[in-house]
Structure formats: C-alpha cells, structure tokens
Write a protein that binds this ligand. Structure first.
Ligand SMILES: Cc1ncc(COP(=O)(O)O)c(C=O)c1O
Length: 489
C-alpha cells in the first residue's frame, strides 16, 4: 500500500521511514485512521465540514483548500501522522511548541490524574491550588536569579498583555503615572489580541483591525541581513541599542514603561541578535528606568540550547513572558515571571485595592500539573543540552545549502533556524512577492514528508528537542531538494 493510500486503518504505529516520499494525492475518500481507532468519517467529509464550520487562525478559505489541508491525527517524538497515514517530520514542532515531542503518555497521565481529582480550582485571591503553587516555585528556580513570582495565563498574547499592564501599574504604584508607552521592534511577533497586536511589529497584522492601541512604538530590529540603516555588523547603532536610546529620549523617558523583545525573533523570520545587543539594551533600559520584557514564548524551555535564552548573553529581564514550551503544547498555559522588585510592588498594594487583572484560567491546576511534568522531562532527559547539540548539527547542515544560489543567509540559535532565500545573492535582491517562493518551498518539502513554515521567503524551523541526528539530516536534505526544485524550475 503506497503512502497516501487508504489501507492504514488499524495499522500499528510504524517507525518513521527515512526513505518515504509522499507523492500521493492531497486527500482521498477513505476512512480516516487515528492510531488504531477507525474514525467513522472520510477525509473528504472531514475537509468539507472543516470548510463549512471551522474558522482557522490566519483564516483564508481559498488558501486552506489549495493547500489540501493536512489533518493530523497522531504523533511520536518528532514525527506526526496525517489522516491518510502519511508521516512527516514536524520541522516546526507544530507552532514552535511541542518541545518534548509527541506521544508522551506521562503528560496525558499527569492531566488525567489532576482532572480526576478536581475539575477546576479558581486561583483568584483567597484560593489556590497545589500544581499552580509548585509550578510557580519551579519557574522561579529555572528562569533568572532576579525573578521572584509568577502570574499564569492561557497563552502568549495573554502573557504579553499581562506584562504590559503590570509595567503600567508598577510605574503608577511607584509614582510615575505617565510611564505608559511600550516600545517593541519591527518584525516582532507578540500575539494578536489588541494590545499584543499593537506591539507586534509585523505590519500585515494591523490593517484589518486599526486603530492600534495608542502608546505602542516600534524601533528597528537587529536584522543584520536586511539592516534598516544599511550598516554592517560591528558598525550599527541598532546593534548597540543607540537607536533604542534615541527613541526613548525622543518619546521622553518619563513616558516609557517598557521595552519588549524576543531574545531570538521567531515568526518574523528567526533573527538571532548580535552578541552585544541585549547587554546594551539592558544598559539603556537601566539608564532610563524602562522595564525589559523578554518575550520567551518561543525561546523558553530549552529551545535555543539554554532553559531561557537571555542566559546566552548574561542578561536578566524584569519580566519574562512564557507559553508554548511550558507544557510542550499538550495543554494551554502561559504566564509572566516577574522580578523581586515588581513582586514587591504588588505586595505593597493596600488590602482593599486588588491588582485588577485576572483570567478565569489563571493557574489552571491541570495545565500546571502538565507543566510540572513537562519540565521534569526536559530536565531528566537533558533536552536543553540536546537542543544545543542538535541545533549545532542543524545549523551546520543548513550551511551546506549555502552552495545553492538561492540561499541568501542561514541563521539560528539552538533548535531554531531560518534560511532566507533570495533571487540574487550578491545584491540580496528578494524574489518578487507574487512568485511565492517560500510558500512553494514549504509545499515541496511537505510532499517529501517534512513540515516547515515560511515568513515570505524565509524558511523557518524549530523541531522537537528530541529530534534524532538522522531526522535532522533528513530535514536538511529535503529542504535542499525543495529549494532546488522550486528555484530551478
Ligand atoms: C514570541 C511570541 N510571543 C507571543 C506569541 C503569541 O502566543 P499565542 O498565540 O499563544 O497568543 C507568539 C506566538 O507564536 C510568539 O511567537
């Protein structure tokens, strides 16, 4: 039975076949298998129902249909399997988040155990639950030495909203009510709720929803390959945070509450900073009493080869936003970890004046129980070190693709890498947008059994930290084949 055929119902989990090449039709009419369970509906019917009733993130019904949507049903380690039984390397850990890989029964058991004990326990003032208390303590231990306390959310955007609101309330409590502005960077991604969207620096996210929240300002990112100032590394005011400093001075330091940055920019195209960047950002923030918010929604929990990424540059933030990898995506959870000073300010609130910020599911016991078990797995299996080791292999592999004329730049840190494709390597001229090179490379890789994601013509990858060396090599080979196919035909 060829891959993509319909004879897979009830088949045992098959180990990943390195030779597999998935040239079958995008979807067919056979019943959809799920592990060993037969689902009583065909893939075609599923897709029809999806198109009738399901609104997707970044929704576009035509694009969705053209892609021949992949309906994933099971996974193991770095491999996922679709409703046809086709297997793929999960080259982006879905949305940069399945850090410990798929198929972890321990995490399912942690959730089941907690759910059978208690449906839900509010975490509003006056109540608490044991997993939330334990996970807060653990996060303080494994993040940065200056951090002290945790507020939980259900995802990344909620975490950033919480960070912005905390920054504003902190400065009010400290007698600086005008310190309200939030500075972020172009190409940043911080989520798409209104406040988070206003900090997100990818402008495509704005026009359908304008106006943005006032008081959000963007500065240039350290995107050296496409420097906004046309400078070279080592000679650039962006890299030394002078640009950030000038912006703070122009706005008035007495009006700026915080600067938010992803340690390695993710959705904007995997952009690691030059080494001097974050130490200089920290200095500038200190000089003007601006809080530094590290958005570690992607980079947290081992992704870059450190448990949290600012450790690469010995920098401590005032607030860390986290989500995704805290539970390896087995269940929704996010939050902020805040400095001793900020925690102290919250403690100084008068008894009749709560911090008026809340979510029903803040500190959900089941999510926190899964988070605790997930961190236990990351530590027990040495997955942070593994991300460093496999990341080095991935980056070295991708560098071999630099011989292809369309590969403009290969960059990355740990298991978070990007390959920027260009029409002319010498001038860095981009392909015309209409040629959709990045999207076509992604589609060609998918046909060969690897899932990547693109931002324009940047191919982005962040596989599970458990990925094997052989799977890394396969990702690189497939990407090379896909680039060749798309850029030479
Ligand atoms: C760095 C970063 N921050 C925030 C978010 C938003 O997270 P969520 O989609 O859970 O709201 C994302 C999502 O990809 C992200 O990459």
């Amino acid at each position: 039975m060829p891959p993509g055929g319909h004879g897979l119902v009830g088949r045992e989990w098959a180990p990943y076949n390195d030779q597999a090449k998935f040239a079958g039709p995008p979807h067919g009419s056979g019943p959809a298998p799920q592990g060993n369970t037969v689902i009583d509906i065909s893939v075609d019917e599923l897709i029809a129902l999806d198109q009738a009733h399901l609104i997707h993130p970044l929704h576009n019904p035509v694009g969705h249909a053209q892609a021949g949507p992949v309906i994933l049903v099971s996974g193991q380690g770095a491999i996922v399997r679709d409703a046809h039984g086709r297997e793929y390397i999960d080259g982006l850990s879905q949305l940069w988040n399945v850090n410990v890989g798929h198929g972890r029964r321990e995490l399912a058991e942690a959730a089941a155990q907690q759910m059978s004990q208690l449906a839900f326990a509010s975490n509003y003032t006056g109540q608490a639950n044991i997993p939330a208390i334990r996970l807060a303590e653990k996060l303080v231990q494994i993040s940065y030495p200056n951090l002290q306390a945790v507020f939980f959310t259900s995802g990344g955007a909620e975490s950033n909203e919480s960070a912005f609101k905390l920054a504003r309330s902190y400065w009010r409590l400290r007698g600086h009510p005008n310190k309200v502005k939030i500075i972020s960077r172009r190409w940043a991604y911080h989520g798409v709720t209104l406040g988070a969207m206003s900090a997100t620096g990818m402008s495509a996210y704005w026009p359908q929803f304008e106006p943005r929240v006032p008081g959000f300002i963007q500065v240039a990112p350290p995107y050296c390959y496409r420097c906004e100032l046309g400078r070279t590394p080592g000679n650039c005011p962006i890299d030394t945070a002078e640009d950030l400093e000038q912006t703070i001075l122009r706005e008035g330091p007495e009006t700026v509450a915080a600067f938010i940055a992803e340690p390695v920019m993710g959705a904007g195209g995997v952009i690691p900073p030059p080494p001097e960047y974050f130490p200089r950002v920290r200095e500038v923030c200190n000089r003007y009493q601006v809080l530094l918010i590290a958005d570690e929604v992607i980079t947290g929990f081992g992704r870059t080869g450190r448990m949290f990424a600012l450790h690469h540059w010995n920098v401590q933030p005032d607030i860390v936003s986290f989500a995704k990898g805290v539970t390896s995506a087995y269940i929704q959870l996010g939050g902020i970890i805040i400095s001793r000073e900020l925690a102290e300010a919250l403690r100084s609130l008068p008894p009749d004046q709560p911090w008026m910020h809340a979510y029903t599911y803040s500190g959900h016991a089941t999510a926190c129980a899964v988070g605790l078990k997930n961190i236990e797995i990351i530590e027990r299996e040495g997955l942070v070190e593994r991300a460093a080791e496999m990341g080095a292999r991935l980056l070295a592999g991708l560098r071999t693709l630099e011989s292809l004329p369309a590969v403009g730049e290969v960059r990355g840190l740990g298991l978070m890498c990007g390959v920027e494709l260009v029409r002319d390597r010498a001038t860095r001229e981009a392909y015309p947008t209409a040629s959709q090179i990045g999207a076509r490379v992604i589609a060609a890789a998918r046909q060969r059994g690897v899932l990547f994601r693109n931002r324009g013509d940047v191919i982005m990858m962040a596989p599970p930290l458990v990925i094997t060396a052989e799977q890394i090599d396969r990702m690189v080979n497939v990407l090379g084949e896909a680039i060749r196919e798309v850029t030479t035909t």
